[in-house]
Write a protein that binds this ligand. Sequence first.
Ligand code: SF4
Length: 460
Amino acid sequence: MAIEQISRLSTGGATPKVGFVSLGCPKALVDSEQILTQLRAEGYDTAKSYDGADLVIVNTCGFIDAAVQESLDAIGEALSENGKVIVTGCLGAKKDASGNDIIMSVHPKVLAVTGPHALGEVMDAVHIHLPKPHEPFIDLVPAQGVKLTPKHFAYLKISEGCNHRCSFCIIPSMRGDLVSRPIADVMLEAENLFKAGVKELLVISQDTSAYGVDVKFRMGFWNGKPVKTHMTQLVEALGGLAKQYGAWVRLHYVYPYPHVDQIIPMMDGNVLPYLDVPLQHAHPAVLKRMKRPASGEKNIERIRAWREMCPDITIRSTFIAGFPGETEEEFEYLLDFLKEAEIDRLGCFAYSPVEGATANELENPVPEEVREDRRRRVMELQEGISKKRLQAKVGKTLRVLIDSLDSSGGVGRTSADAPEIDGVVYVKPPYEPNRKLKVGEFFDVTITAADAHDLWGEAN
Ligand code: SF4
């Protein structure tokens, strides 16, 4: 582009500014990143405060009641502080009992409402209420897009929606059936992220094991070679790419289907020995009431086999305590499973009836205090398991990715720790004065202490 053209573009009218509030899960975060990337591509600026913005977009979450309230409050605040508000995200797709749009009923002054994963609709609404700059600075968009996570890790969304119909979940009614992204697009995004300095890529979706089912595992092309739209081929290709950049790939939301066994031998350092497998329960009757995918799989045997193939594997899972109809016996079956499985990283939620979920119609709901008590019992059991498993790491030297620095050194994560949901390692800096801890870099750290959640160590 000639210099005259650049100056003509840059001296045009004031650049329209959009404020952005991003709520919800990592999948919503990826939607936010795509909207921000598109805004930047079209020449919009982002504003850091409500009064500096010409318009505000709020990306909402509608999963549980507390998230709905948080989203409605955020919309209210944006309306009173700015006045021009577009709403997107899961809450945008929710209706109240009489079939009315929840957001419009509470906040009728909102300019437009869309559901999740609606980049096109959001941009249409932005164009109506804040016309786009005459000529976009397309060259200002970094190839990796705009990221909301720190520069050294990023989420990579491989598909949208879900073909399952778990009875406690309303995501399919909000996000629709599974739609897998073309494998070439996913790989290109991964490559751009690595080129931009990302050292850890977190693969997310509603059901990572199902990647490609909707397109019958269609053949795609990456780097001139055929690659199937299939989880195993995707992980293999991502692992190869991560190796070139000395980076990590971490897998989330993996259901324990038999083909997952083929992933375990790929966990060689670049594909992390880490599987986030949301099991939710162990008792067959409860899993059946939950309508869980892969509920017929023998999970204990599968976990045992994974650990035999890869002794360092970290297994993360989430569970629900007090699901409708759960008897004390079924709950104790879950406790026995947890004692045997020794899940490394575990989250447990007391069942919370989500509006619109079919599980709310099941017989024999468990009283709230029993649900809470069962959640507490799971976490109490897990505390001991986690303590024991972390204690076994003391004395070992582990690779740690540094996330932040503080006055006593740095805080980082090993292969066993996904950001925000797992533990951390508090790292003392190396003794050599010219070797300093740096955010986004890997260090070998000798572990000196552990509690039930975190580790402490010294960088070598
Ligand atoms: S697998 Fe079940 S819980 Fe997960 S998104 Fe699909 S329906 Fe919801």
